[in-house]
Ligand binder design. Structure first.
Ligand code: AMP
Length: 396
């Protein structure tokens, strides 16, 4: 069966059509600048990628363009829309309502809407994508796969913030965690690769990309994770600050006569390694380049990032009272040997030993610790779309 995987943002829509038998990606691409002017990219499995300007006034237009491209007689990959057996939607926030992926019904849509205030930028866009697909593909079963669901197994002590209890009671203020589909996919694979028994395993997944989060996974379940109520918490990221003293928000607001939302915007979009490097870049490749040319702020940004990831990993070793294996994944984790090496160098006390022969391998599954390393370390490429397709198939 072919499963269409949809990831909707406020002005963008990413898609993949996956053949669930072979798990091959038949086509992938994205719609950008929805509601502005519109740009469409399409990459068929065995053909040339193309990008065209194409007006998209809303997500319904965008979905129509995707579906037309999939069945285009010349460059398409299927003959007719009936060859799409199911649609899997990535939904960012499921609050406490969703601990698992679900088949989308009217009640599910209502419950997702009720989580909108927890992710005001993302959830409404996800719902628009669901609505647009339901209009374009009536009768096709659809599933919602939540970024937060995998972390719903966290114990209360891990998700409770040190604030008055009424904020949890009244507004559900607590740690939720994100990148759940990735942490679930990668931790499962890590347990296999390291030859562990799931029911007696302690692993840590470092999802390091433009957004970064780290998760402690005990016996196959998330027991703690570094992102919080929102994806702003945790380690410094591409442009997000990660953890800081909450008093800094008022301090900056007073110094610069800014509103809370203006400061929050700075913490989300101008901070992290972009901010620490004095504006060099949020991209680790640019930071490497600048650092090798002697830019000290860029070098510091890389140091701060690696140091903070190592601190979180150390915290999770304490939380689980040990660790059997660690995985690096996502853009930085899969490709950046310097960052991996630096993080691993902090973990010598655990008996982690880097394998310099495999450390340089990028973007593929590989063990980067030595045979004698007490804790196994692997690179495990994440594949959120495939994970969504698998979950969708399992549900329908
Ligand atoms: P993601 O959010 O998972 O797509 O990760 C994106 C980030 O991965 C980019 O901002 C880069 O900093 C980083 N990245 C991607 N490829 C490389 C590479 N070859 N070397 C170092 N960093 C990379």
């Amino acid at each position: 069966m072919n499963v269409l995987v949809i990831n909707c943002g406020s002005s963008s829509l990413k898609y993949q059509l996956i053949d669930s038998d072979s798990e091959n990606v038949l086509a992938s691409g994205l719609c950008e600048r929805i509601g502005i002017d519109g740009r469409f990219t399409f990459k068929p499995e065995n053909g040339e990628k193309y990008t065209i300007d194409s007006e998209m006034k809303d997500h319904t237009d965008a979905i129509k363009i995707v579906l037309d491209a999939l069945i285009d007689p010349k460059t398409g990959v299927i003959r007719e829309l009936s060859q799409i057996g199911a649609v899997g939607h990535r939904v960012v926030h499921g609050g406490e309502k969703f601990a698992k992926s679900v088949v989308i019904t009217k009640e599910v849509i209502k419950a997702i809407e009720e989580c909108n205030d927890l992710a005001p930028l993302h959830n409404p866009a996800n719902l628009i994508g669901i609505d647009a697909c339901q209009k374009a593909l009536p009768g096709v079963p659809m599933a919602a796969v939540f970024d937060t669901a995998f972390h719903q197994t966290m114990p209360k002590k891990a998700y409770t913030y040190g604030v008055p209890d009424r904020y949890y009671e009244d507004y559900k203020v607590r740690r939720y965690g994100f990148h759940g589909t990735s942490h679930s996919f990668v931790s499962k694979r890590l347990i296999e690769l390291a030859g562990l028994d799931r029911n007696n395993s302690k692993v840590i997944v470092c999802h390091l990309g433009n957004g970064s989060s780290i998760t402690a996974v005990k016996n196959g379940e998330s027991v703690d994770t570094s992102m919080g109520l929102t994806p702003l918490e945790g380690v410094p990221m591409g442009t997000r600050s990660g953890n800081l003293d909450p008093a800094i928000i008022e301090f900056i607001a007073n110094k610069e006569n800014r509103t809370i939302s203006e400061v929050m915007n700075i913490l989300n979009k101008e901070s992290g390694v972009l901010g620490i490097s004095g504006g060099v870049s949020s991209d680790f490749r640019d930071l490497d380049q600048a650092s090798s040319e002697g830019n000290e702020k860029a070098a510091n940004a890389l140091d701060v990032f690696a140091y903070n990831v190592a601190k979180v990993v150390g915290g999770y070793v304490a939380a689980m009272n040990g660790v059997d294996a660690i995985a690096f994944t996502a853009g930085v984790g899969e490709n950046h040997l310097g960052i991996r090496r630096r993080i691993m160098s902090y973990l010598g006390y655990l008996g982690v030993e880097s394998n310099e022969e495999t450390m340089g391998i990028r973007g593929e599954e590989v063990e980067i610790s030595t045979k004698d390393s007490k804790v196994k370390v692997f690179v495990v490429p994440t594949n959120e779309e495939l994970a969504i397709a698998r979950e969708t198939l399992a549900l329908i």
